[in-house]
Ligand binder design. Structure first.
Ligand code: NDP
Length: 329
């Protein structure tokens, strides 16, 4: 089959189309003929070696990358009883989706409801589940809370703003341009802050009557984390869940006390997707929100598989506004 392989950690040029053996099915797994692979920032970290020492997201070279996909089951392994050949499924957190076929642990696959656009279902698996666990589990938002969402026009950002509004929170979002500010506001953000033009810490203080926010969802990392911590209310909660601008400097513990005895966590999605029940519950919530018209997914661009490197250059170059997909069939 055709697949995008990485033989050496590095830039987008390391993504090469190759002929590789179709993966072999094991017990408890299904073989999926992929229609789409989702492109996510985690693919950038896996390609450039940032996760070389991660046990959660292993990157043995050479490897086929891609942590999200959707398509039709063409073979079912021993011990799988709740999925069948010809089921349409979507999944995430199983590596190897930049390919024509992928073997997926059955417990990670979710049946796509009939009538749901497969591109949308793909987009909901990784970025959607992330927005879901951040706003419903890591810091469950409630009416009256105020949150700050960085990169509010991004894939996770757009979904997180919408889920936060659905929970009744006031949402402040940072964005890289005026055009992205319009996108964040269209998702429901109460305020969009141009963090490349002003100090977002000052803006947050002004917009919250000097009080700070209950929670910051920080996916940007190096450029934002120290100021995110200082933008919190006393005993507020900072979730550092990504590093689009690079890994942040270590935070001295006393800084947390000085910021108002605040909390800081650095979660992996995998720790909030630990069983079939947990994965399917998040997906069911997201699928029904889309079906009710309460959640909108923006598919920014669909690239052919062979253009995976262009897709990576776009996401790293801040040129995307929503989901990037690769068409794999
Ligand atoms: P995005 O669509 O959000 O793209 C990244 C965005 O980050 C850019 O568009 C840009 O928005 C912003 N950004 C700020 N500084 C930089 C920089 N120096 N270089 C590039 N981008 C920058 O990507 P995703 O939605 O796929 O992922 C968002 C984040 O969430 C990533 O950091 C990812 O690692 C993280 N993540 C974490 C998970 C977890 O469980 N820990 C799971 C899934 C995703 P702007 O121009 O507005 O600044």
């Amino acid at each position: 089959m055709k697949a995008i392989q990485v033989e050496k950690f590095g830039g987008p040029e390391q993504l090469k189309l190759a002929d590789v053996p179709t993966p072999r099915l094991g017990r408890g797994e299904v073989l999926v003929r992929l229609a789409y692979a989702g492109v996510n920032y985690i693919d950038v970290y896996m390609r450039n070696g940032s996760y070389a020492r991660s046990h959660t997201y292993q990157t043995p070279l050479p490897m086929t990358i891609g942590m999200e996909g959707a398509g039709r089951i063409v073979e079912v392994g021993a011990g799988v009883s709740d999925l069948a050949v010809d089921d349409t499924v979507a999944y995430c957190l199983s590596r190897g989706s930049y390919a024509e076929f992928a073997v997926v642990p059955a417990w990670k696959a979710v049946r796509v409801p009939s009538g749901m656009d497969l591109a949308v279902a793909t987009a909901l698996m990784l970025q959607g589940s992330t927005a879901h666990y951040l706003s419903r589990s890591a810091f469950p938002l409630k009416r009256g809370d105020t949150c700050l969402v960085h990169a509010g026009a991004g894939g996770v950002g757009q979904l997180l703003i919408q889920l936060a509004k659905r929970a009744g929170a006031t949402v402040l979002a940072t964005v890289g341009s005026e055009e992205k500010a319009r996108i964040a506001r269209a998702c429901g953000a109460d305020h969009a802050i141009l963090y490349r033009q002003s100090d977002f810490g000052v803006d947050v203080r002004r917009l919250t009557s000097d009080c700070g926010v209950d929670v910051v969802y920080d996916s940007v990392g190096r450029d934002t984390l120290p100021r995110s911590i200082r933008a919190l209310k006393r005993r507020g909660f900072c979730i550092s869940f990504g590093a689009s601008s690079g890994q942040p400097e270590p935070v001295p513990l006393l800084d947390l006390a000085e910021a108002g005895s605040v909390f800081l966590t650095r979660p992996h999605l995998a720790d909030y997707m630990t069983s079939a029940d947990e994965i399917r519950a998040r997906a069911a919530d997201l699928f029904s929100a889309v079906a009710e018209g309460a959640l909108r997914v923006t598919i920014d661009k669909v690239f052919p598989l062979v253009e995976a490197a262009e897709a990576h250059a776009a996401i790293e170059g801040r040129a995307t506004r929503g989901k990037l997909l690769l068409k794999t069939d």
